[in-house]
Each structure stands twice: as C-alpha cells, then as structure tokens.
Design a protein around this ligand. Structure first.
Ligand code: NAP
Length: 308
C-alpha cells in the first residue's frame, strides 16, 4: 500500500526518502503544475546525511490525481494544513489514516474536524532538516541536520496503526505515545518560553540567560495554562526544562528566529497565539504571556510578516 506525502518540504522529503529507500511505495504531492514540473526536472529528491548526498526517484503528483489515498503524511506548515487537506479530501479512501506533523497546536484539531471519516494521528518530532535551496537540484535537496525522534499518537484511539513497521524499516526513529497531547503541549510551552524572546531580543537561545527573570515569569504563567487545560503532566519541571534547553542549545538560533531572519512566515498563531487564545477561553489572566504575544505581533507587523 502506497504512502502519500503532502508537502515536499524539509520534513516531507526527509520522510519520503527514508520510506522509499527500503522499497516502501511513496508518492509526493506537489502544490501546483509548475512545482511538479520543477520537481520532475530535478529527477527526484536528494537527501544529504552525514555529508553524503543520495538521490531518490520518488514519483510526484498533484492533489487532483485520480488515485485514492489510504495513508498520508501531512508535512506542510501549520498555517497551510487546512487548505492542503481540503485539496486532497475527495481522494481519501474509507478508513484512511493521516499523520499530522505540524508544530504547535490548533491545526491538528482543525484538520481532524474537516475529516470525520479519517483517522488523524498527531506527531511531535525533534528531528531537524532544511532545504538546501542554493544547490543545483534546487529545493528538493534536503539536509538532515539533526537526528531526533518522532512521537506518534491518537488522542481518540489507543490502537496502534498497522504501518509502524514501515517506519521501523525506513530507520525513522519513532515511538507510540498514548498521551500525544501532553507531548504537544509541553513542546508548545517550551517554544513559547524561548522562541518569541529570541526574536524580540534578536539573539541565540543562549542569549536568554540574560533575561532569566522574564523567562521564569513566563514559565509560571505557562504552567498555570497547562494546569487549567487539563495537562498537569506537561507542567512538571517546565522551568528547569526550559533552562536546560537554553543551556544545551545556547549556540543555536530558534526556528522562529530563523524564519523571521529569512523573511519567512512564522507559525505564531499555532504557538503563542494558540496559548493566549486558550487562556482567554479558560478566563485565565496571564498578563506576561499576553504582553509577549502583542510585542511579537507588533514586531512581525513592522517587518511585513503575518502576525496571526
Ligand atoms: P517546509 O520546508 O516549509 O515544507 C512545507 C512544504 O509544504 C512546502 O514544500 C510547501 O510547498 C508544501 N505545501 C504547503 N501547502 C501545500 C499544498 N496545499 N499542497 C502541496 N504542498 C504544500 O516545512 P518543514 O520545515 O518541513 O515543516 C513542516 C512542519 O514540521 C512545520 O509545522 C514545522 O514546524 C514542523 N517541523 C519542522 C522541522 C524541521 O526541521 N524542518 C522539525 C520539527 C517540526 P511550497 O514549497 O510550494 O511552498
């Protein structure tokens, strides 16, 4: 049975290459005819792993292809998820299964609500990859920059999907997580405590050691948010974990900092925006988190980047 990967970007290509290299049938769904033609001219995708580039001839297609979709990896950004899914929804076979790879929260629920007939699995990944746009193969040369792990789970059913063996064979490190929402909330809280401040102070993660009180205050409010939305487990030792991440990744620029520095849209609406909207719904007053959100929105507005 074939996999379909919707979104031929960094993570989409990383997954497609690893599935394809063990003979698992996989198809990439490209955005439009121009992108498909460019992909076909490149002759497939290239994955660079430990400085070794390998080419994979993964077939490409468009969203309106006639073949049914049984297994889909949704590998676009959170803000593209709903429209991307709408474009392939008529092709989903009965009992289709989807893995939603998006960062943050909000897009997964929106996609699942669009597809009551499909099984939507949520994923949280610590793997890192980027597109090496300067290479002759163009955007389909992807560098596997950070080895990590992907947790997969279904908030509504505990039954393991039948295809975990495909990931095993492809060497995609993964683990079934019965409490995937807790993982996604924890990651969102870590992101909210670190990424926006690195943008506002234009610094590497380690630069936040100079703003320790502000980070600590945010962690208190994020902990209150996690408690109030039924995720107390995700609140345990949050501040210590945030400090540890700042220390361990001191030399790195956060993903949000990189997006802003390169003039790319951020996923703010699914991270800090989602946190603040949830607090509002819970009638929880979190003044520092709300002020941070407003500062970040002004910062993005001033640079002509979407802030919602
Ligand atoms: P990316 O490199 O920007 O790739 C997204 C891809 O989706 C692009 O190729 C884009 O096409 C495509 N796309 C968007 N809408 C589409 C549509 N309607 N039809 C077909 N293709 C469509 O993004 P990414 O870095 O892989 O990130 C994907 C998600 O994973 C994000 O939520 C991100 O936060 C999360 N994540 C990424 C990493 C990482 O290291 N990259 C790590 C952990 C989590 P165009 O090129 O035509 O725009």
């Amino acid at each position: 049975m074939s996999w379909h990967v919707l979104g031929a970007g960094s993570l989409g290509c990383l997954w497609a290459a690893r599935l394809a290299r063990t003979g698992t049938p996989v198809q990439l769904i490209l955005r439009n005819p121009a992108r498909l033609a460019a992909y076909q001219r490149a002759g497939g995708l290239t994955l660079v792993e430990q400085n070794q580039a390998r080419h994979y001839v993964v077939p490409g297609q468009l969203a309106d292809d006639a073949s049914p979709i049984q297994r889909l990896l949704l590998a676009c950004k959170a803000y593209d998820a709903e429209s991307a899914i709408a474009s392939i929804a008529p092709r989903l076979a009965p009992g289709a299964e989807l893995i939603l790879l998006q960062n943050g929260l909000g897009s997964q629920e929106a996609v699942a609500a669009q597809l009551p007939q499909a099984r939507c699995l949520f994923a949280s990944s610590t793997e890192g990859a980027f597109r090496d746009g300067a290479a002759p193969e163009g955007e389909w040369r992807v560098v596997f920059a950070g080895h990590g792990h992907t947790w997969l789970g279904d908030p509504h059913h505990e039954t393991l999907p039948s295809w975990l063996g495909d990931l095993e064979r492809g060497g995609i490190p993964h683990q079934w997580s019965p409490d995937i929402l807790s993982r996604l909330w924890r990651k969102l809280a870590l992101n909210c405590a670190i990424n926006p401040l690195t943008v506002l102070y234009d610094c590497r993660n380690g630069g936040l050691r100079e703003h320790a009180t502000e980070v600590a205050t945010l962690c208190i409010e994020l902990g209150q948010l996690l408690q109030s939305c039924g995720q107390p487990g995700a609140a345990v030792d949050l501040h210590a974990d945030v400090q540890q991440v700042i220390q361990a990744t001191a030399a790195n620029y956060s993903s949000m900092h990189q997006d802003v520095a390169q003039g790319r849209r951020t996923e703010i609406a699914y991270l800090l925006g989602y946190a603040c909207a949830t607090a509002l719904r819970q009638r929880l007053i979190l003044p520092h988190l709300v002020a941070l959100h407003q500062r970040l929105q002004h910062y993005l507005d001033a640079r002509g980047l979407p802030s919602h």
